[in-house]
Design a protein around this ligand. Structure first.
Ligand code: DON
Length: 564
């Protein structure tokens, strides 16, 4: 593919990035900001805000833009969650998480081989059986219908143009596409835009004509442009030719859902986050409760005492997650008990300074009674004072690797987020049981944690990240960095992260976080340390005291916050 400099958005983009960045240092943004995983998506969102659109208009435009310029996670073949706060303080969430197809069943990834039951987790990760029924397009239409002020066309047009004209891949994207080449080729027997004869290089142009046509259908017929007609037929054909189980009835029945947010308090801040079927909000509020109770702000940041105490809190919260969290439409999640102050007081009071409890000795908490049982994030604030926090995913990088023939988009592999067998770890090592078992039409449990924070009844922070099971702990630690350690938004994002999720019993730590001594000290008290090249790809916005906006866009990716 020839690189056409005239057609390319790159020169324009570079100029605007330079302007924005120079402003960023002065924190001169009072009107609005978009922080997302890709410069073109952030720019498309910023344009929408500058022409008077609100945060919801920008969210829909950014979501579709990411489906073009960030195909490893941005999507129309996946799902996600929106948390919002209006300028008058009204809050809410939209659950556009994928659902298990009607023909799915509990043990669908378990084979009986000569009388022995064996999990085949390849089928939940790669190929047609890995996909849940996509929710993103239904979600975007619901957001548009409830909150938008611009025309639907205006929100789709910029993405259609980039899909059709192409865009230059970044260095990280080129590397990612090269790494995934073989698995994409083996999952698809038709031509796809993500592979080519020679290696991808920085600046190569990725053109997605089929995706442009699919987006045109969505532009023309909104929900029906995806769940009915030509695109739906292509999805069903793809399922039939590849042995998948999503049917037209599944597409007809899919509906995203407005749900109440999870609300909690941390010191003088109100936490507004996503409830089940995400575990994110409940886990985040539990974690913050533990940090407040154990006064972790008294420890030096990322010291032995800090890391161990935080890891001990995290381990207990993830043990609760494994037992008690699932789709609330199918399982009675004991949310009231999990967030009960007395329960949390008991739960964390057993944590002792500098003592590491083996995970085998940590179990889910108990209480009396029962209420009856590669992702991407973006944050937006507009000039009217509305805020949205959206995390969306096709699960693993490039999802199931299956591109719908003729429609040009990737399908998710979200079925792997179910507990395919009690105690059997998913791709993030997370275990679960009954609460998150596979049932037709059920939503798989998520860790996505799009969150908005108020301080003194005013908008304070918009925050979120991808990272599978590490999403919750990255959001948690970034909040502590700002509130307890006085860091700015970018500094809090840049700051090194660590993660404990109960099982496996390991402490995941970003490279270059621990001195040799600290590493030895943690090992001495029983931590098994595993190094991770990076944790999280945060996209956050902080409202400072003078009302200006500070972006926190993760340098671990190509993320960028643009404001005006
Ligand atoms: O919903 C979840 O928790 C996962 N599907 C998220 C996957 C993810 O963050 C992958 N990206 N790093």
């Amino acid at each position: 593919m020839q690189y056409n400099f005239k057609k390319s958005l790159f020169p324009l983009l570079l100029l605007s990035l330079l302007i924005s960045y120079s402003c960023n240092n002065d924190s001169n943004f009072y009107n609005g900001m978009v922080s997302s995983a890709h410069p073109i998506a952030s720019k498309i969102g910023l344009d929408i805000l500058q022409k008077g659109g609100n945060a919801f208009d920008a969210a829909v435009a950014v979501h579709f833009a990411l489906s073009v310029v960030y195909p490893n996670a941005g999507n129309i073949g996946g799902g996600g969650f929106l948390v919002y706060r209006l300028n008058d303080g009204k809050i809410g969430t939209l659950d556009f998480r994928e659902k298990a197809p009607e023909n799915s069943f509990r043990d669908m990834y378990i084979d009986n081989i000569e009388g022995k039951l064996k999990v085949d987790d390849k089928r939940s990760k790669i190929g047609h059986l890995a996909s849940g029924v996509p929710g993103s397009v239904d979600g975007m239409v619901k957001i548009y219908e409830k909150f938008s002020t611009l025309e639907w066309n205006e929100l789709l047009d910029p993405s259609i143009k980039v899909a059709r004209d192409g865009f230059e891949v970044t260095e990280k994207q080129a590397k990612g596409l090269n790494n995934v080449r073989e698995s994409l080729l083996s999952a698809n027997d038709h031509e796809i835009p993500f592979t080519k004869e020679i290696e991808w290089k920085l600046g190569n142009v990725l053109i997605q004509e089929n995706l442009a046509q699919t987006l045109e259908e969505i532009k023309k017929s909104k929900r029906d442009g995806f769940y009915k007609g030509k695109v739906a037929e292509l999805i069903i054909d793809e399922m039939e030719s590849g042995g998948g189980i999503i049917t037209q009835t599944d597409l007809d029945n899919y509906s995203s859902k407005w749900r109440d947010p999870v609300i909690g308090y941390f010191k003088n801040h109100k936490i507004i986050s996503m409830g089940p079927p995400s575990s994110g909000g409940i886990a985040l509020v539990q974690l913050l409760n533990g940090a407040e109770q154990l006064e972790t702000q008294n420890y030096y940041h990322n010291s032995l005492e800090y890391i161990n105490t935080i890891a001990e809190i995290e381990s207990r919260v993830y043990a609760d997650r494994a037992t008690y969290l699932g789709d609330p439409d199918f399982f009675n999640v004991p949310q009231k008990y999990l967030l009960d102050q007395n329960y949390l007081l008991r739960r964390f009071s057993e944590i002792k300074n500098n003592i590491k409890t083996p995970s085998s000795e940590v179990k889910e908490g108990s209480f009396e009674g029962n209420e009856s049982d590669e992702t991407t994030h973006f944050s937006i604030v507009d000039k009217y004072g509305n805020a949205v926090s959206v995390t969306t995913t096709i699960n693993g990088g490039y999802g199931s690797k299956v591109v719908v023939e003729g429609a040009g988009f990737l399908l998710n592999n979200e079925m792997d987020d179910f507990s395919v067998k009690p105690g059997y770890p998913n791709m993030f090592g997370l275990v679960g049981g009954e609460a998150n078992s596979i049932e037709p039409n059920k939503r798989m449990l998520s860790s996505m944690t799009p969150t908005i924070i108020e301080k003194d009844d005013k908008l304070f922070m918009v925050i979120g990240t991808p990272g599978g099971s590490t999403i919750i702990t990255s959001v948690f630690q970034t909040i502590l960095n700002v509130i307890d350690y006085g860091m700015g938004m970018q500094e809090a994002v840049d700051s090194k992260k660590f993660h404990h999720q109960w099982l496996p019993d390991v402490l995941a730590v970003e490279e270059n976080t621990l001195s040799d001594k600290l590493s030895n000290d943690l090992t001495q008290i029983g931590h098994k340390i595993v190094k991770r090249s990076s944790l999280g790809r945060m996209d956050c916005i902080l409202v400072k005291e003078d009302g200006s906006l500070e972006g926190g866009a993760d340098k671990r990716g190509d993320n960028i916050a643009l404001g005006y």
